[in-house]
Design a protein around this ligand. Structure first.
Ligand code: PEP
Ligand code: MG
Length: 314
């Protein structure tokens, strides 16, 4: 029955009682964005721009960047497209961003921090996004990765708004989740990166197969941080998305919605299953599943508790 529902699910994302939750795609370039339109997604929740330039030895020109960004905007003409500025460093080194040798690159100059030494790379990218937006019917939302403080969020938002664009940040550092009310006050939206938020909350390398149970986004400590962020978003009437792979797990997606998350973005292949599952449950069931998961102390128990609520109340 579930399989039949998944095959036929065509969006838009909403709970059984009609609460809208945008189901969005994570993409890497124009061709992956066009491929994403084969799935029932309503837009792009995370365009990882660094992935379009992994092979480049030199910084792509503003024109060349704008062409790539325009391809993604055009694939989703008129719909939401969230572009993330370069998340270089750590697991995604970029050759044209010359970075220092670091003992702990995941804790080093990565993401938004590259703009400290290379403000021109950030400025060129924002110029390219602005240029792409000018020729498109889609007005992108622009967000920064690896923001750790309200001051960093404010500095980024000022640069984005100067160009007439909507500004947001990723919440993937625990400090940013803890201070979510102050961060949200500086921006128009946030998107929670559960891959890194889990890595940094649990102090466990996301690339380590040996630590898979620690890097499980069902970790209750991570769910509590997500709850903090979602509550701040609700208080301020601002969107709080999730764009880590946690959003691809249909049961966890229901829990995220129960915590107050307003959009879910992941690999597009997950969209139909997530949308179908969410469409079968009410918001209050999602809230009950979230409450049950938050009351546990380990990931397996959290999943079991949430699944039991969803099964019983469906
Ligand atoms: C994340 O950290 O959850 C995220 C979406 O960003 P990335 O996986 O690209 O680091
Ligand atoms: Mg990340």
């Amino acid at each position: 029955r579930q399989a039949a529902r998944v095959a036929g699910w065509s969006g838009p994302g909403r709970t059984a009682d009609g609460v809208e939750v945008a189901i969005l795609a994570n993409v890497a370039d124009g061709s992956s964005a066009r491929a994403a339109t084969d799935h029932p997604v309503e837009g792009v929740g995370l365009f990882r721009t660094e992935l379009a330039f992994l092979e480049r030895a030199d910084e792509p020109s503003v024109e060349e960047q704008a062409d790539i960004y325009r391809e993604v905007l055009d694939a989703f003409g008129g719909r939401r497209v969230v572009i993330r500025t370069l998340d270089a460093g750590s697991d995604k080194p970029l050759r044209f961003v010359h970075q220092p040798e670091e003992a702990n690159p995941a804790l080093g100059v990565r993401g938004d921090r590259i703009a400290l030494a290379h403000p021109e790379i950030r400025a060129h990218q924002l110029d390219a996004i602005t240029r792409a937006a000018e020729g498109s019917e889609t007005s992108p939302w622009v967000m920064a990765p690896m923001i750790a403080s309200p001051a960093e969020a404010a500095a980024f938002a000022a640069q984005v708004r100067e160009r007439g664009l909507v500004a947001g940040v990723m919440i993937e550092v625990p400090a940013a989740a803890i201070l979510a009310p102050a961060i949200l006050a500086e921006v128009d939206f946030v998107s929670i990166g559960t891959n890194d938020l889990t890595q940094y909350t649990m102090a466990a390398d996301r690339m380590s197969a040996d630590l898979a149970s620690l890097t499980d986004p069902w970790q209750p400590a991570v769910l509590h941080l997500i709850a903090t962020v979602a509550r701040a978003g609700r208080d301020q009437g601002k969107p709080v998305g999730v764009c880590g792979e946690a959003a691809a797990d249909p049961i966890l997606a229901c829990v995220l919605v129960g915590l107050g998350v307003t959009s879910l973005s992941s690999a597009p292949v997950a969209a139909a299953a997530v949308g179908a599952r969410l469409g079968g449950v009410s918001r209050s069931t999602c809230e009950n599943a979230a409450t049950a998961a938050l009351a546990t102390t380990d990931p397996a128990a959290a999943r079991e508790a949430a699944a039991a609520v969803l099964e019983n109340e469906e």
